[in-house]
Design a protein around this ligand. Structure first.
Ligand code: UGA
Length: 474
């Protein structure tokens, strides 16, 4: 099939490369000239870095660019003319009030409509991959109707890719959701020829990813598909919120969360997000849950549960700080704390909504100094902290360490009054505890990812504060 991917970010680029890899002809288009140049330089061997870091992506892009199944351009007219399916993969950032700004999607829809005017009697399928609130497909349809007399259908095809796993996730999706315009969706009982053609196109497109086991393709209406995406992330975010709250209770009653939660994985109804943390972060859960709460408000439907997820998560972000404060009798002034892990999860340099931001801001405000180490996340964290007005005059009290500056995680520990581990990077899972003890002024570890064994910490003589288990105070 001939496909255009509009937007070459964390979704468009990996998904475009994966479509190309299974025999489609894909043109990735972006309005950012620098970005397209960067990708092309990579493809021509002039650099070794793509603007998107995803495991397996470099090889996939190179291979498909060389075989001419994947191309890159800033020319949307060319991309639209050459393609039958046009995927919209542009960002949907949050407005100040938490609602979604769909302006980029609507602007791109307008450009696609204009680009479709190169001839009469043209038909294109416009596929929305961006995460958009219910009703956006209808708005996109209106925009296109205002810009072209040619024919089109709007399809909602949300993605369920986790950052860092976009390539493997695109190759092995757990489900494929296809939303059709309501008037073309007739369930399985009655279908006109256009509805049949739409279904067949998407069955064919996703056939290489739907070969084994049960059929993973689900047809529904646009509104269904749009809401499905939000509710999927809401379920997952709610589960993390419940995990964290339950782990806090486990700690209080002297139970051990890791022990008691392990059997949950044998109850398929419960799911797998059972790892306690200092709250979820990233570009998806916080944004999508806030957005769906706004949809509840807009529609006048009361939310008694979902609206509590974000406040619970914000509370959880500072749960270790509370313990640290207690440990030092509310006097953190002039103490120095080391932090291992700045990115919102392992295997990414992304620090968006990472709990480390709130944790660092709180420590600085209490008069403490911070030494922060992350293998990848330092540049992004520096940027995020520089955007915080409330700590702008305290930033001199933070020192960064990273592999970029040839520092090891141990360099960030010297003369510190404690270590907090906030991201589950592999390199933090089995550190040299004797070295940690030697370098810290006071042997205290605060484990925000449930990484270490309490018994071992006790044996090694650490004070150990974690989530989901009683504190070990020596
Ligand atoms: C999430 C979803 O998992 C994807 O299915 C979805 O497609 C994506 O958002 C999106 O909407 O694009 P992602 O944000 O990459 O993917 O990250 P996750 O791996 O789901 O983790 C999110 C946050 O929850 C991280 O901060 C992670 O550390 C935290 N988490 C996760 C926990 O605290 N505990 C857990 O048990 C699991």
């Amino acid at each position: 099939m001939k496909i255009a991917m509009v937007g070459t970010g964390y979704v468009g680029l990996p998904q475009g490369a994966v479509f190309a890899n299974v025999g489609n002809k894909v043109i990735c288009v972006d309005c950012l000239e620098d970005r397209i140049n960067e990708i092309k330089k990579f493809c021509d061997g002039q650099t070794n870095k793509l603007p998107v870091h995803e495991s397996g992506l470099n090889e996939l892009v190179l291979r498909n660019y060389s075989s001419k199944s994947l191309d890159f351009t800033t020319d949307i007219n060319y991309a639209v003319k050459e393609s039958d399916l046009i995927f919209l993969c542009v960002g949907t950032p949050a407005n100040g009030d938490g609602s979604v700004n769909t302006q980029y999607v609507l602007n791109v829809a307008k450009e696609v409509g204009n680009a479709m005017n190169y001839a009469d009697d043209i038909y294109k399928m416009i596929v929305i991959k961006s995460t958009v609130p219910p009703g956006t497909a209808k708005e996109v349809s209106k925009v296109l109707k205002n810009t072209t007399n040619n024919n089109f259908d709007i399809i909602s095809n949300p993605e369920f890719l986790a950052q860092g796993e976009a390539v493997s996730g695109s190759h092995k999706p757990d489900r494929i959701v296809i939303g059709l315009p309501k008037e073309k969706y007739f369930g399985s009982l009655k279908a006109d020829s256009k509805s049949v053609e739409l279904r067949e196109t998407f069955r064919k497109l996703y056939a290489p990813f739907n070969m084994k086991g049960e059929d993973k393709v689900f047809f529904m209406t646009n509104e269904d598909a749009e809401l499905h995406k939000y509710i999927a992330n809401t379920y997952l975010a709610a589960q993390i919120a419940i995990t964290n709250e339950a782990a806090n209770l486990a700690k209080k009653v002297g139970a051990n969360w890791r022990r008691l939660s392990a059997p949950f994985k044998y109850d398929h109804r419960i799911g797998s997000f059972i790892h306690p943390s200092t709250g979820f972060g990233g570009s998806c859960f916080p944004k999508d849950v806030k957005a769906i709460v706004k949809v509840f408000e807009k529609e006048g439907v009361e939310s008694k549960v979902i609206s509590k997820i974000i406040p619970a998560n914000e509370y959880q972000k500072l749960i270790l700080n509370q313990s640290l404060n207690e440990f030092y009798d509310s006097n953190l002034k002039d103490k120095t704390f080391s932090i291992w892990g700045l990115s919102f999860k392992a295997e990414t340099n992304d620090t968006r909504e990472s709990s480390a931001i709130e944790i660092i801001a709180d420590l600085l405000k209490k008069g403490a100094k911070v030494k922060a180490y992350d293998p990848e996340g330092v540049p992004d964290m520096k940027l995020k902290l520089s955007e915080r007005q409330d700590i702008s005059d305290l930033l001199e009290n933070i020192e960064f360490f990273s592999t970029y500056t040839h520092n090891s995680k141990y360099d960030a520990l010297k003369q510190s009054d404690g270590l907090m581990v906030l991201t589950e990077w592999m390199e933090f899972r089995q550190p040299d505890f004797m070295e940690i003890k030697k370098l810290l002024k006071i042997p205290i570890i605060l484990d925000g990812r449930d990484l270490f064994k309490p018994e071992q910490m006790k044996e090694l003589g650490f004070n150990y504060i974690c989530i989901g288990n009683e504190n070990i105070l020596q």
